[in-house]
Design a protein. Structure first.
Lengths: 167, 227
């Protein structure tokens, strides 16, 4: 339960960039899973894949619901979201750099379109295989690869515009 | 194999994920090393990929799990009650409960509890004690009698065996009315029947003595008399 909670929360947080929204969405995911557990079939993939699929559907619904309430994104208004977990092995200056970069990456993620964002999150953050992402998104494998590729390139472009350069 | 920039951009993820064939990999590297547009693209996307994979997972608040459980399964007290009730369904508990119930039923039956017409008074401790006490006495008396009967049977059997083994004892028991056998003299009579008859007579005498003292045994032992 805790393992799934952590994983689903991270997917929701990386997608929304907002901790409160991520917790609410995580709770909604578990409620939906609890109510529709009878509809789960192992032929559709593993249980974790099915949960991720439910999460993705709720995230898209949430995105569409809040689209009209969202202000137009602007790079000048970008506020990097700094992560709470800090590594004690790093020096303070390194830690600050890592935290800042993580915040910038998170901010850039939320600027991607939903289709590219979910593909990059599932592949590069959740380390799912292409076949699992194909089941979650219900699109062909070619589309999955194309979205991941375009998402990475677009993310690099956004970070470049934010002034983040490869060292 | 020659690569163009559009192909480099299209296959960039395959290159970064190590999915290119060796020949494709070589052509890709050859193009990127000499292309002013593709080289920075590959470098920046590689950097982004590294940053993404170094992102550490975010921990949810500790209350999240509890709020999920409350939303799905109800408040904490009700969850504890359901967990306790589920424990009652475990096989170990069911077997233990069945054993205890069987033991109580056995004890009640042994103490004379009437299952067809149960009365509350039968469950009173004094009644249970009285029934158990009388039952113990009956069992003790029956077992003592059984051991005693066995001893009698054993004594009879051992006497019969002594008579068979010791001919002198047998001759002492032969009654005077039977004719004495001269050596070498054969009589026109069945030599075995008087012997058997004498043994049967003695056995019958012993049985009659026993019958007087042990009436219940007499029925079984008399049946064994040789006709």
């Amino acid at each position: 339960m805790r393992r799934h909670t952590r994983r689903i929360f991270n997917v929701c947080y990386r997608f929304t960039g907002n901790r409160t929204e991520a917790e609410d969405l995580t709770q909604d995911v578990f409620l939906r899973v609890y109510r529709t557990l009878a509809s789960y079939r192992s032929a559709h993939g593993g249980f974790a894949t099915w949960m991720t699929s439910v999460t993705r559907n709720l995230l898209i619904d949430h995105y569409r619901r809040t689209k009209r309430d969202r202000v137009t994104d602007s790079l000048d208004d970008a506020m990097p979201v700094v992560e709470n977990k800090e590594s004690v092995a790093r020096r303070p200056d390194e830690q600050a750099l890592v935290g800042e970069l993580s915040g910038q990456v998170q901010s850039a993620l939320t600027r991607l379109s939903p289709e590219l964002r979910e593909a990059v999150i599932l592949r590069d953050l959740q380390q799912l295989e292409y076949i699992e992402i194909q089941r979650v998104l219900a699109v062909p494998e070619g589309t999955v690869k194309s979205r991941i590729n375009r998402g990475r390139i677009e993310l690099a472009r956004i970070l470049h515009q934010m002034g983040v350069r490869p060292s | 194999m020659t690569w163009i920039c559009e192909e480099t951009e299209a296959r960039l993820s395959d290159y970064l994920d190590g999915l290119l064939e060796p020949a494709e990999q070589a052509a890709f590297d050859h193009h990127v090393n000499g292309c002013a547009r593709c080289a920075p693209l590959v470098a920046s996307v590689s950097h982004v990929l590294g940053s993404l994979r170094r992102l550490e997972p975010v921990e949810p608040s500790p209350q999240l799990v509890n709020s999920i459980l409350t939303a799905t399964q109800g408040p904490q007290t009700w969850r504890n009650a359901k967990r306790w009730l589920r424990g009652l369904q475990s096989p170990r508990f069911v077997y233990s409960a069945a054993s205890v119930a069987a033991t109580i039923a056995l004890l009640l039956t042994a103490t004379g509890f009437n299952w067809r017409r149960p009365k509350l008074a039968d469950l009173a401790p004094a009644t249970i004690y009285r029934n158990a006490d009388s039952w113990v006495h009956v069992v003790y008396a029956r077992s003592t009698k059984f051991v005693s009967d066995l001893r009698v049977v054993y004594e009879i059997q051992s006497r019969i065996n002594e008579t068979d083994q010791n001919p002198a004892l047998r001759e002492d028991t032969i009654p005077q009315s039977s004719p004495k056998k001269e050596p070498g003299h054969t009589e026109n009579s069945n030599p075995s029947s008087p012997k058997q008859q004498n043994r049967a007579d003695e056995f019958g005498r012993n049985l009659r003595v026993l019958a007087c003292e042990f009436p219940t045994l007499s029925g079984a032992l008399v049946d064994r008399r040789v006709p």
